[in-house]
Design a protein around this ligand. Structure first.
Ligand code: TYD
Length: 135
């Protein structure tokens, strides 16, 4: 399966009426895991690169609920870049995929839904080590 197929871009239901918009994300339904954790990143700017890790156990869904950012995703062989720029789109990141988030707009709020509770020991933060494990 290609990296693009593994890291699917998902369009969520955007329920709108005259009062405004409402986007629904349901764990196990619109995304392929149950949500155990939610965090969001804001106050980063276009000079910052975040992420720079792979996770042995966690799956993620990244959604820019405001503003925009880019995510560079690699499995050490292929690379894709996704621009997150609409609150109703997200990118799914499975286990053992390396990601860098960058090019944050000043108003960027990057929402991350995760399949696990936080455990710093499941992170691979050394790209050379990641590459070795992916060989
Ligand atoms: P970090 O993993 O560097 O963020 P990024 O997703 O941009 O790579 O996390 C920043 C700090 O926050 C680090 O000290 C770990 C801590 N943290 C938690 O305590 N819980 C969490 O769920 C996350 C994602 C991070």
């Amino acid at each position: 399966m290609s990296l693009r197929d593994k890291c699917s871009i998902i369009e969520f239901k955007d329920l709108g009426d005259e009062r405004g918009k409402l986007v629904v994300v349901e764990g196990g339904q619109s995304i392929p895991f149950d949500i155990k954790r939610v965090f969001y990143i804001y106050g980063s700017d276009s000079t910052v690169v975040r992420g720079q890790h792979a996770n042995r156990e966690s799956e993620f869904m990244l959604i820019n609920v405001a503003g925009k950012s880019k995510v560079r995703i690699t499995d050490s062989k292929e690379e894709i870049i996704v621009e997150l720029n609409r609150p109703m789109m997200g990118v799914y990141i499975p286990k053992m995929i390396w990601k860098d988030m960058y090019d944050f707009s000043a108003d960027s709020v990057l929402l991350v839904l995760a399949s696990t509770h936080y455990d710093g020991s499941e992170y691979i933060r050394d790209y050379e080590e990641y590459k070795r494990e992916m060989e």
